[in-house]
Design a protein around this ligand. Structure first.
Ligand SMILES: NC(=O)c1ccc[n+]([C@@H]2O[C@H](COP(=O)([O-])OP(=O)(O)OC[C@H]3O[C@@H](n4cnc5c(N)ncnc54)[C@H](O)[C@@H]3O)[C@@H](O)[C@H]2O)c1
Length: 258
């Protein structure tokens, strides 16, 4: 356990979708370090087991609930297994490269299933459990793609626009039920997804393309998963008790220059 963190999430039960890798894993680790009992909902058993083991070795509490976020039955069952729920992070998401001409109807359905339907499932089942606990916090992992016209991200941008709208809708509907709902909009963050994308799309040119993707952020680098996790910990803690229906850009200045 990393000692300097305060215990802002002490005894909170926090469910994080896609907590086995990248941003989700960093959030799971940070929440556990802040005292939460973390529940990782994952498609990849191996990634979830690895993240959970690392959290436990560090002294944290973590359980794995295997589920595909796009599967209604599996998500209902996962939420039913929770002893209680205080904090929900809808993080699981997939990417797609293409403009409206090169994006197929099945690409649209696949992106929608995980990035939109998955977030709907999280909030549909999660809000019910948060109400049982007398309220709580929801954080949706959105993207700057929800707000900017990013080249060749047609389907992905569609899904992140929906995440932003769903965030506002839930924040409005449950503002008087002590449920806060916010989202964060990162620019490029250095996760295994980015390395995999570069290796697949630009074999042999990974370093050059990594530098190009880094330079896209005016600050001159990609974000780190731990930086998203730090904001997530604040937004899901009682310190952010007056914040709901907000979307936070965490993007190294990308939206600054729009
Ligand atoms: N990395 C970036 O540059 C970046 C920027 C902005 C927003 N985001 C968003 O952050 C989130 C996490 O991205 P990341 O880069 O950490 O990705 P990642 O690929 O490193 O991790 C995603 C995790 O989600 C899991 N997952 C995928 N589909 C799932 C499903 N159907 N059900 C359950 N789990 C599933 C994967 O197994 C994986 O462990 C996504 O929503 C992504 O859109 C990422």
């Amino acid at each position: 356990m990393t000692p300097p963190f305060s215990q802002r999430l002490l005894d909170k039960h926090a469910l994080i979708t896609g907590g086995g890798s990248g941003i989700g894993r960093a959030i799971a680790e940070r929440f556990a370090a802040e005292g939460a009992h973390v529940f990782i909902v994952e498609l990849s058993d191996a990634a979830a087991a690895d993240a959970a083991a690392a959290i436990r070795v560090a002294g944290g509490k973590c359980d794995v609930l295997a589920a595909d976020v796009s599967d209604t039955e599996a998500m209902g069952a996962a939420f039913a297994k929770l002893p209680k729920l205080n904090v929900l992070v809808n993080n699981a998401g997939i990417a797609h490269i293409g403009n409206v001409l090169t994006t197929t109807a099945s690409d649209m359905d696949r992106l929608h299933a995980v990035n939109v339907r998955g977030v709907y499932h999280g909030m549909h089942f999660g809000v019910a459990r948060l109400l049982e606990a007398g309220g709580g916090a929801i954080l949706n992992i959105c993207s700057v793609a929800a707000k900017l016209g990013i080249a060749d991200r047609f389907a992905y941008s569609m899904t992140k626009g929906a995440v932003l709208s769903m965030t506002l809708s839930v924040a409005r509907d449950f503002v008087d039920k002590k449920i806060r709902c916010n989202c964060v909009c990162p620019a490029r963050v250095h996760t295994p997804f980015v390395d995999g994308y570069l290796a697949k799309t630009y074999p042999g040119r990974e370093a050059e393309m990594f530098a190009k993707l880094s330079a896209w952020q005016p600050i001159g680098r990609m974000g780190e998963p731990s930086e998203i996790a730090a904001l997530a910990a604040f937004l899901c803690s009682d310190e952010a008790g007056f914040i709901t229906g907000a979307s936070y850009d965490i993007d190294g200045g990308v939206t600054l220059l729009r």
